[in-house]
Ligand binder design. Structure first.
Ligand SMILES: [Zn+2]
Length: 330
């Protein structure tokens, strides 16, 4: 799940709502009856019903039914639990331990319960902007088992559904939501030291970047200062992530946000902003060393895997990464 989805969920403080449609001025976020069905915006194209149930769209089979919006887009009406059958194994390897998959299932379910909003034409999109969903084609027996084993379970902080964020590997310390994206601190998203994700191939990484490539990405920013000569870490936040990156040029330095640097250079080229060092390699290149993959806020998925391998339960995994939350059932 990406930043955009988190911000949208934060802005839509009303994200939990009964399924029935109400006029805007009647909308009451405190009415938080669980959503039992979900509308997934699939996009434009032709959908064909399948005898016996479900339908096909863009070469994939889906559960549930579909409607076509006035604008010609296909919306999949599917039960929340059947939606999760597809999401869980797409967001986490179905070969991972069952307790990790169960924790992922609870996270994915909670994300939707908090986000669903009857005032919109749909609840979620099927990509990483929300959660990856590909219908029946994404399902696996282990994913279905994790969903069934946690049926109805969602993460709460007090009475409200928790705001759920997750990413692949935190690199040793999860990030606070306020350091990552601003806004008021959220008690259960403050960041924790994570010793469980060391098996991730991205726990530690090293990259060589050409100065010319970096300069091309930040041509506007460095224009007043002349040619880019080297790159350095500016400020770090409490978890050690780079808040700013310094682009040192002939006649001064331009400073850019750590996340902007990562996203513009490429989120796979720079897997995270947990950058330990940036060193000149030669006149034309710098070497970055860092840890983790993704924004690092909330659940560390590789950490959930690591905890599960030590025998932790889904409840213990979620209590570790979202301290102060509890698991509630419908
Ligand atoms: Zn971790």
């Amino acid at each position: 799940m990406r930043r955009a989805a988190f911000l949208a969920a934060t802005a839509a403080a009303c994200a939990v709502a009964p399924r029935r449609v109400r006029a805007d001025d009647e909308f009451d976020p405190a009415m938080n009856a669980p959503t039992q069905s979900l509308r997934v915006l699939l996009g434009r194209g032709d959908a064909q019903p399948v005898p016996g149930g479900g339908f096909t769209f863009a070469g994939r089979a889906y559960r549930g039914t579909f409607t076509r919006t006035p604008g010609g887009r296909i919306v999949n009406d599917v039960s929340l639990e059947e939606y999760l059958y597809s999401v869980v194994p797409r967001e986490m390897s179905p070969a991972w331990p069952q307790a990790a998959l169960a924790a992922q299932a609870i996270c994915a379910r909670t994300y939707v319960l908090r986000r669903s909003d009857p005032r919109r034409d749909y609840d979620v999109v099927p990509s990483e902007v929300d959660q990856v969903y590909t219908g029946r084609s994404g399902e696996s027996p282990a994913g279905r088992a994790a969903v069934d084993a946690t049926a109805g379970a969602a993460l709460r902080y007090g009475e409200a559904f928790a705001q759920i964020v997750y990413s692949s590997c935190c690199g040793g310390h999860t990030e606070s939501s306020s350091d990552a994206w601003g806004g008021a601190p959220i008690p259960y998203l403050g960041g924790v030291a994570c010793p469980y994700c060391t098996a991730s191939p991205n726990y530690r990484w090293e990259r060589t970047l050409a100065l010319a490539e970096i300069a091309a990405h930040f041509a506007t920013e460095i224009a007043p200062y002349g040619a880019l000569q080297t790159v350095a870490i500016g400020m770090k936040d409490r978890s050690g992530r780079a808040k700013t990156i310094e682009l040192r040029c002939e006649r001064g330095s331009a400073f850019v946000g750590g996340s902007s640097f990562r996203l513009r250079v490429g989120p796979r080229t720079v897997p995270s902003v947990l950058i330990a060092s940036i060193d000149p390699l030669d006149a034309a290149n710098v070497r970055l060393q860092g840890g983790g993959l993704g924004h690092g806020v909330g659940l560390c998925q590789w950490g959930a895997r690591g905890m599960a391998l030590t025998g932790a339960t889904p409840a213990q995994i979620l209590a570790f990464y979202f301290p102060g939350t509890t698991i509630g059932h419908d």
